[in-house]
Design a protein around this ligand. Sequence first.
Ligand SMILES: N[C@@H](CCC(=O)N[C@@H](CS)C(=O)NCC(=O)O)C(=O)O
Length: 233
Amino acid sequence: MTAPIELYTWPTPNGFKVSIFLEEAGVPYTVHAIDIGAGDQFDPDFLKISPNNKMPAMVDPEGPDGQPYSLFESGAILIYLAEKYGRFWPQSHPARHDTIKWLMWQMGGFGPMLGQANHFRVYAPEKLPYAIDRYTNEARRLYSVLDRRLGEAAYLAGDDYSIADMATFPWTRSYERHELSIDDFPNFKRWFEEINERPAVKRGLQVLADRRPPKLTDDARRNLFGEAQYQRR
Ligand SMILES: N[C@@H](CCC(=O)N[C@@H](CS)C(=O)NCC(=O)O)C(=O)O
């Protein structure tokens, strides 16, 4: 019997990318909660598999050489799983390279910029107009890029749903936080509504969903954005 994938996660957009893939591909997996508000990301055992103290991370007990193999960085995890299971990862050009392009766009741009927009709009103790404008404008620009792409193709990589869509979709669930109206982005709206209805996506979004605290406590703030980041290593 195949040993389940060990998924280390928390209910955030980056975590949902991986649970969505595992649900879509029907891969057995075990969930380990990494409560980033409680500081679990600094646990020495977790740092062995995720040296950047961030979730998601995973261990494949049966790696390519038969030995356990661990990974961090959600994009790397998606590529590894897509290769291993041969799913959502087109084989031929141009779809294959388009998948890589749009996955990199999500990892290097869409995710980080939206993350900063969330940070300065929602979490920062001071409301800094320059930072709020900078990242809110960047979020709007990136949604326009996404909308244009989805006006020329059904999915980010072309005709087929791929890991590029799985990486991007969870981040788009909070578009209202960025003062965006979905009706201004009709191609994005079509794609969003379709993916949001996929049964495997719904299941992936349920992973640890009941563990997310409604409010950021002072301890959580310290673990996520404060001195814990620099002193606990
Ligand atoms: N580029 C990373 C980003 C992961 C990331 O930022 N994870 C956040 C939550 S979404 C985290 O673990 N934060 C805890 C911390 O920074 O200590 C990926 O895509 O996996």
